[in-house]
Design a protein around this ligand. Structure first.
Ligand code: ATP
Ligand code: ZN
Length: 292
């Protein structure tokens, strides 16, 4: 079925960077069909009144705020840095990184407080300023563009405040992590006026329900198993989050098959206990999407 109500929705996505491929994968996952964007500014969805706008990630909060786009997928760090008044609708579970403080390995500083009176280079000046004020650290913020990690070597600053994910870049530049300012991930943001427009808000809500279905599914497994009927009460107690699992009688007298969804985090523990309680032939399948 076409997702359409005659009201165009525009979604801003990073054109070429760390968030691009996961953003497109997510949009395809919620059923939007579109061509690869290759160097084009727009892509129209074949099956929905949705248009994708490919721009630099730094422009996304502003464009969404101004209504050039209705929705955007961007790092929370960018929204925080720009202080944009956009609505954050969902955390998207990718693009994880931390805005962290670091110093050259041999530096005497042991905690962020030791940066008092010193210079910190960053591409996130507003977020850093806010953090320093909150923590009562009297350091000088040196705003730079591009690679912060080289600033100490160039004596532009004594420390840096930069986004890190694995920490490889810090290690490669002989830097040591001193403390964290905040954690970030990709988020779905919306233009506040779009959410007040009845027709468009309805379309946003539909996409959002699908999105949650996709995100929840990532943490779930579908489990089928066989068990003696008498073990059922015990097994139902063990299976968390399932109000009523599906129970099917088997050809073998006194045996049943049970189907249930299980959260991935507690998965192994749950499986072990079910086996102890009499479960057998336990099959585990991935869950692609969930609609509740
Ligand atoms: P653009 O050309 O669009 O301005 P960019 O160089 O500013 O790109 P990327 O490096 O592609 O941006 O990063 C985009 C987002 O990815 C960041 O804003 C952040 O939310 C996230 N991210 C995840 N891990 C990292 C990391 N290790 N370093 C930087 N950003 C990261
Ligand atoms: Zn950028």
């Amino acid at each position: 079925m076409r997702i359409t109500n005659g009201h165009n929705l525009r979604i801003a996505v990073q054109n070429d960077g760390r968030l691009t491929s996961r953003s497109l994968e997510l949009l395809r996952g919620i059923g939007l069909e579109f061509e690869e964007h290759e160097r084009r500014l727009f892509a129209r969805c074949r099956n929905a009144d949705v248009e994708l706008l490919f721009i630099r990630d730094d422009d996304i909060p502003e464009y969404v705020h101004d209504g050039v786009a209705d929705l955007g997928i961007v790092g929370r760090n960018v929204v925080i840095e720009q202080g944009s008044r956009v609505e954050e609708l969902e955390s998207l579970g990718f693009g994880f990184c931390t805005l962290a403080l670091a110093v050259p390995r041999e530096d005497a500083a042991r905690t962020p407080r030791d940066l008092d009176g010193r210079r910190i280079a960053t591409t996130h000046p507003a977020a850093l300023r806010h953090y320093l004020d909150r923590e009562g650290i009297d350091a000088r913020v040196v705003e730079i563009r591009g690679a912060a990690e080289v600033a100490p070597a160039l004596d532009v600053a004594d420390a840096i405040c930069d986004l890190v994910s694995t920490g490889t870049t810090l290690r490669m530049n002989d830097l040591r992590r001193l403390g964290d300012v905040f954690e970030s991930e990709a988020v779905l943001v919306a233009n506040p006026a779009t959410l007040l427009d009845r027709e468009r808000a309805a379309l946003v809500e539909r996409l959002r329900v699908r999105l949650r279905g996709l995100l929840v599914a990532r943490h779930m497994k579908y489990v089928t198993l066989n068990a003696p009927r008498c073990a059922l009460p015990r097994i139902q107690e063990i299976l968390p989050g399932m109000k009523s699992p599906t129970v099917v009688p088997l050809a073998e007298e006194g045996m049943v098959a049970l189907h249930a969804a299980v959260e991935e985090e507690v998965f192994w523990e749950v499986m072990e206990r079910i086996k102890e309680a009499g479960g057998s032939e336990i099959l585990v399948l991935p869950v692609e999407k969930v609609m509740r």
